[in-house]
Design a protein around this ligand. Structure first.
Ligand code: PEP
Ligand code: MN
Length: 362
């Protein structure tokens, strides 16, 4: 899959005096006093961008749905009074229009909007001719095409100041996380669009404050370009997402403790050592590929036997046996169960596909 986005046409726009770019502020703007107090406290900790939800996409009705249009001015003024930039989530053309009128500096598209090409296109059309920075959260479902599609719609509207925000993905089963991170998806986005900045939103991934430092550090370790974190001057009394909002002081100490790693090193000893280890890895990877090719030949041969003897491709007992024995052996040689399960499922899927081709004479 390739993207229409020309990486060199994206402008870099994340500026900060902190060790990484941070967008912080309440889940929702609640009152003039709340947003001013929060802005003042965040600015004392050098946070460059003040976020605030004006219209809240709540999962169930009957909860606080945001203060609405009158809050935009409060947010814009609170940010301005502290020399911060302001950021608001927009979900339709009217939101864009109201925010542009109030001089909001940065816009973001929420996870529930990214899933809808109609909604994203409406926002993109309303933004035409502005070149305001736009941050695009991942869609709630783990679909990278949908995420890229939304980014492309914004890019096609002439916006060059874009960033992606990774906020995790919905799931049916209850989990440690409010939204599971699925880190491989934002990493794949970075591979496909290397010049696109990507922020992590640990607040919506975690859903509660305890895991936020861990997820923030992990994002830094994975070379993310910044963080969007919910922060309220009085989290216990927040009208939305109160379990996941940090006080500005706690947020500041989290930032202080973040370790920012280098992407490269000039140290020749480190470089030599890395090269040596990578060469050894390359050799092993080619051996693994050759073994997979030999395995695939055997799978093909078995396919012919099954066909001649009119036997089904899928054999549930054999499959169950493979999973159990490989899991057991994997544990003995200290490989994670996650790796073994992913690997055997992938190999099995390929075997089914090889034998299907044999059966159908393809
Ligand atoms: C938010 O940032 O307040 C928000 C609603 O987030 P998301 O779109 O990630 O659910
Ligand atoms: Mn929120």
């Amino acid at each position: 899959m390739t993207s229409i986005i020309k990486s060199d046409q994206l402008s870099s726009w994340l500026e900060t005096t902190l060790k990484t770019f941070v967008v912080a502020g309440p889940c929702s703007v609640e009152s003039e006093e709340q947003i001013h107090k929060t802005a003042e406290a965040l600015s004392a900790h050098q946070i460059p961008v003040l976020r605030g939800g004006i219209w809240k996409p709540r999962t169930r009705p009957g909860t606080f749905t945001g203060i609405g249009t009158e809050g935009i001015q409060w947010l814009a003024e609170a940010a301005k009074s502290q020399s911060m930039k302001s950021a608001v989530e927009v979900a339709n053309a009217k939101h864009v229009e109201d925010c542009l009128k109030a001089g909001i500096d940065i816009f973001w598209i929420g996870a529930r909007s990214t899933v809808s090409p109609f909604v994203v296109q409406e926002i993109a059309d309303a933004l035409k001719g502005t070149n305001v920075p736009v941050m695009v959260k991942n869609p709630i479902n783990p679909d990278i095409e949908l995420w890229i599609g939304a980014i492309e719609r914004i890019y096609n509207a002439g916006i060059t100041k874009i960033a992606a925000i990774h906020r995790g993905f919905s799931q049916y089963e209850k989990n440690t996380y409010r939204n599971i991170p699925n880190w491989n998806i934002p990493l794949e986005l970075k591979r496909l669009l290397p010049n696109l900045p990507i922020l992590c939103d640990p607040s919506h991934i975690c859903g509660s404050i305890d895991l936020i430092p861990h997820i923030s550090q992990k994002a830094m370790d994975l070379n993310f370009d910044g963080l969007m974190i919910e922060s309220h001057y009085d989290p216990a009394n927040a009208l939305s997402d109160k379990d996941q909002q940090l006080s500005p002081a706690v947020l500041s100490s989290l930032i202080d403790q973040l370790i920012i790693r280098n992407t490269d090193s000039e140290n020749s000893e480190f470089k030599d050592q890395l090269l040596r280890l990578r060469k050894a890895i390359d050799k092993i990877d080619y051996e693994v590929l050759e073994l997979l090719a030999s395995r695939s030949k055997l799978v093909h041969e078995i396919g012919l036997y099954k066909k001649d003897n009119n036997i089904t491709i899928f054999q549930p007992e054999r499959w169950a046996e493979i999973v159990e024995t490989r899991k057991k052996y994997g544990a003995e040689i200290h490989l994670s169960e996650e790796l073994i399960l992913d690997l055997v499922k992938l190999i099995h899927r390929e075997s089914i596909s090889v034998q299907t081709k044999v059966m159908q004479n393809e």
